[in-house]
Write a protein that binds this ligand. Structure first.
Ligand SMILES: [Zn+2]
Length: 356
């Protein structure tokens, strides 16, 4: 197969509003986010016979809706022309605008079957208001990671900052996607691949004929996807994530159409970088445990974070939470691989030690 074509007419700043053509019949539409850590989220718009098929939807908010309306307008469409939204995973910035469109226009919404746990749990949580939000499993996870202060700060953050999350529309999809399903359009055949890791029900969509991968948050060009940040996390998100990276790395190379960041020319190149990043992380985690770090929090505090090599306590609260839980996932994979031993103290904190 010839190498994928370079992205067409993409702006220098990937967050620039508009409907940017990627290839014939596929437009990238970046939408703003109410929580700005990821800057923007890309949705991909494909005109079809019965309207528009859209991959991912944005975070339900007035600014999202107006940006999407304006971008679709440049293509000669309106919001109610969106007939179907295929969602890669149940994070708010991907899923909630789809539910909002369904409420108003009857738009059909599909998402991976593996997301059912967190979608159903989320329904109960949002029904419980502020108290419900504080049932996030990440709080208990931080305690077992030996990070009670961070857990307390994250609880404060949740109580203060999650109005956007609580107010966003939520609910089950119209249909669930399974690995091997096909989303058929007139000009595109999208193969559904289950890629658990970022979330347990994450799916990517592959257009083999046009050499495109709608990657959601599975493969991101500039950042390392977080692992298992969901209402009902799986026990070993890193193992799943690495398997899912190898899955897309073993298929012929395509353009990378990510949810955050610009379209880039090679899925393979980025998959190799992410695999190498986690290999290096696993080595560093073992080294820090040998040097005496015993909890996930202690290991995370010994590591450096982001491209700027920041200390853990220099990150914002949510990023610290994600970092500590990512290290826990690394530690648990090393336990699975018999490189580390583990024991739980009376206080519920999990301790790690080198295997001798
Ligand atoms: Zn996500």
């Amino acid at each position: 197969m010839p190498p994928p074509l370079p992205p067409n007419e993409q702006p220098d700043d990937w967050t620039e509003p508009g409907a940017h053509p990627v290839t014939a019949g596929v437009y990238r539409v970046p939408l703003p986010l109410p929580q700005d850590g990821l800057r923007a989220v890309n949705v991909y718009v494909m005109p079809d016979i019965d309207g528009l098929v859209v991959v991912d939807s944005g975070w339900a908010a007035p600014s999202t809706e107006s940006a999407l309306t304006t971008a679709l307008g440049t293509l000669g469409y309106r919001l109610d022309d969106v007939s179907r939204v295929v969602v890669t995973h149940a994070h708010h910035d991907h899923y909630t605008q789809a539910i909002a469109l369904r409420t108003r226009f009857g738009t059909k919404v599909s998402i991976g079957w593996g997301e059912r746990h967190s979608i159903h749990a989320g329904e109960e949580v949002y029904a419980g208001g502020e108290a419900g939000v504080l049932t996030r499993p990440q709080l208990a996870m931080l305690l077992r990671c030996g990070a009670p202060d961070l857990a307390a700060r994250y609880a404060q953050y949740l109580a203060r900052e999650t109005t956007e999350a609580r107010d966003a529309p939520w609910g089950p999809p119209d249909s669930w996607l399974d690995d091997g399903d096909v989303v058929g359009l007139a000009d595109h055949k999208l193969d559904v691949l289950a890629t658990p890791g970022h979330t347990r029900g994450h799916v990517v969509l592959r257009d083999n004929a046009n050499a495109l991968l709608f990657a959601g948050d599975h493969v991101l060009p500039h950042i390392t996807p977080s692992l298992g940040f969901e209402w009902v996390p799986e026990p070993s998100p890193l193992r799943s994530f690495l398997q899912s990276l190898r899955l897309v790395g073993d298929l012929p190379d395509t353009l990378l159409l990510p949810a955050h960041g610009p379209v880039t020319t090679s899925v393979h190149r980025r998959v190799e970088e992410l695999l190498a990043h986690h290999e290096a992380r696993l080595d560093a985690v073992v080294r820090h445990v040998r040097e005496g770090a015993g909890t996930a929090f202690q290991v995370a505090s010994a590591m450096r974070w982001t491209r700027r090599e920041r200390r853990l306590d220099e990150l914002d609260t949510t990023s610290q939470m994600l970092a500590v839980l990512e290290i826990e996932a690394h530690l648990n994979l090393l336990v699975e691989h018999d490189q580390l031993a583990t024991a739980t103290g009376e206080d519920g904190v999990v301790l790690y030690a080198p295997r001798r």
